[in-house]
Design a protein around this ligand. Structure first.
Ligand code: DX5
Ligand code: ZN
Length: 217
């Protein structure tokens, strides 16, 4: 399978969100990446359920919802009703991660686990057969436009081994600091889904940048 590209709306123009959504619809992008932040798990607040409902009205591709919030289980059904197709929760925010992942799947959604840069990837060994996606954070979550953390490459390689050993079909999604310069190396290391916010929305021609990210190999 060739890799997917998921533009992160965190860097979109919130005053003209519909324009950016339609640009992503027209583009070669595969998913919309949607970052929800609570100001507790991460030091920033982004947007929530009412905004996602509006995005869903126009989005013609799956909504990949990345929850950077504590106690996320309280909201799974609400995010589903708002239009989420994929929900990822943080390893660091879930005391009962297995239960959280099952709850997402019971709603008929794809379930992902997100992992912070400092967290040992081997800690996912006992959940890897249950998840559809591992979202490897390549910056500390909370903000767009940060610098890529290079240690991510070795984490992706280790994760690939864990996935193969378990016979899991989990996808590897990389989020934070993805650029036109590191995308090819990330794909070579085993990345299946590239998330990109700043790289896409700060470029002169976002649709073309998406196409360039898609054609990396
Ligand atoms: C950061 C978010 C990312 C962010 C990535 O907490 O999870 O999805 O939007 O943005 P860039 O691509 O700008 O680093
Ligand atoms: Zn994200």
């Amino acid at each position: 399978m060739s890799h997917l590209v998921a533009p992160s709306l965190l860097s979109a123009d919130f005053a003209n969100l519909r324009n950016d959504i339609e640009m992503v619809n027209r583009s070669e992008a595969d998913w919309f990446h949607i970052d929800v932040m609570d100001g507790v798990f991460v030091p920033n607040i982004s947007f929530g359920i009412p905004v996602i409902k509006q995005i869903k009205k126009y989005a013609q591709k799956p909504l990949d919802v990345h929850l950077m919030i504590i106690d996320p289980d309280r909201y799974f059904e609400k995010f589903k009703n708002a239009g989420a197709d994929i929900i990822s929760v943080h390893y660091e925010a879930c005391t009962h991660l297995h239960k959280s992942i099952q709850a997402i799947k019971l709603l008929g959604l794809k379930a992902g686990v997100a992992i912070n840069p400092h967290t040992n990837i081997n800690l996912l060994e006992n959940i890897i057969s249950d998840v559809d996606i591992v979202l490897v954070m390549s910056v500390n979550p909370g903000f767009g436009g940060q610098k890529f953390i290079k240690n991510t490459y070795s984490k992706i390689k280790q994760l690939k081994q864990i996935i193969n050993k378990a016979g899991s079909s989990s996808l590897i999604e990389v989020d934070g600091g993805v650029t036109l310069s590191n995308a090819a190396d990330l794909i070579k290391a085993g990345t299946n889904v590239l998330v990109a916010g700043y790289t896409i929305f700060s470029s002169q021609n976002p649709e073309k940048t998406i196409s360039e990210l898609k054609s990396k190999e």
